[in-house]
Design a protein around this ligand. Structure first.
Ligand code: 13P
Ligand code: SF4
Length: 309
């Protein structure tokens, strides 16, 4: 009998579909994907897709972004409930009031937000280009940065710009324990700590490198160190191990009350290999974005892609 992975690969051909997966997806899903990447890479890839169907193995805002960038394609997501604490922290109606209260501000939104919030935004950013894009805004222009306050604080520190921050956070990156991280580092003083900028400032202050998921993978490949403590969602270790099989990679520890010892994104993990198969077979759940929102949200995403060249 054929394995689930084999059946997915067959269905993909039959249906002229591609699978785009984020690094936080479970290993089996990453293995059947045509492209695995960070949020920026996934957007760039989604735009180029020529196949009829994009199965997005990631969370809802990522699939929505793919639909906005390539609207003639059928975009499907294995589990519609795969959301994101950052996107949920920023309802469009409240965000609209916030932006209207500060009409002179340039509105910059992290890609981890709904299409409706993107439609209220001037420029979208991801963790790999946020610093560069904020630096491109004239110094006399005040900025709203939403929804991630931790990424916002990091960008403020890197650019020296003051920004008005929305009060959102990633539950996964706020789950790291500083005390446990320090204890782990004391046992492994030859390790380099690397962290995602969605982490809190006290975690970032310990890091030798801070960057997006792609940036972190690139760092472990190019840095001469043999050991790394990795402060981001644990799914990234699958790709990292493939890239640097001889190096030692230790997931950063989570606080006592976390559901697992390291940090896993419950939303990302809602997608399973079985759901990927069912989703391809039935071509559902499908992502739909209202036409008017799609048109407005495309503009700040395109600005980001232009500024990322
Ligand atoms: P990147 O892969 O763009 O670094 O984003 C991380 C993340 O949390 C996605 O939800
Ligand atoms: Fe959202 Fe955090 Fe999960 Fe990424 S890791 S999808 S930011 S909750």
């Amino acid at each position: 009998m054929k394995s689930l992975k084999e059946r997915i690969l067959e269905l993909k051909k039959e249906k002229n579909a591609v699978i785009l997966a984020h690094y936080y997806q479970e290993s089996d899903i990453q293995d059947v994907a045509d492209y695995v990447g960070d949020s920026l890479g996934l957007s760039q890839e989604a735009m180029k897709v020529d196949a009829d169907i994009i199965l997005f193995a990631g969370v809802h805002f990522m699939a929505e972004t793919a639909k906005i960038l390539n609207p003639s394609k059928k975009v499907i997501l294995p589990d519609l409930k795969a959301g994101c604490s950052l996107a949920e922290s920023c309802p469009a109606d409240l965000f609209q009031k916030f932006t209207e209260a500060h009409p002179d501000h340039v509105v910059i939104s992290y890609v981890n937000c709904s299409a409706e919030v993107k439609a209220l935004t001037d420029i979208v950013v991801t963790s790999s280009n946020a610093v560069k894009i904020v630096e491109s805004i004239p110094k006399d222009k005040p900025i709203i940065f939403a929804p991630d306050k931790n990424l916002g604080k990091y960008v403020m520190e890197q650019t020296g710009r003051d920004m008005l921050l929305w009060d959102g956070a990633c539950v996964v990156h706020e789950a790291f324990s500083l005390d446990k991280l320090i204890a782990l580092y004391k046992k492994n003083p030859d390790a380099k700590i690397i962290a995602h900028p969605e982490s809190e400032t006290h975690i970032l202050n310990t890091a030798a490198y801070i960057g997006s998921t792609s940036g972190m993978i690139n760092f472990v490949k190019t840095d001469p160190s043999q050991k790394f403590i990795v402060a981001t969602e644990a799914g990234i270790l699958h790709k990292m191990k493939q890239e640097v099989p001889d190096k030692i990679l230790i997931p950063a520890p989570a606080k006592e009350d976390n559901t697992c010892a390291c940090s896993e994104c419950g939303y990302m993990k809602m997608n399973t290999l079985q759901k990927v198969y069912d989703c391809l077979l039935n071509e559902t759940p499908e992502i739909h974005v209202p036409e008017a929102i799609m048109k407005k949200a495309l503009i700040p995403i395109q600005r980001m892609l232009e500024l990322s060249k």
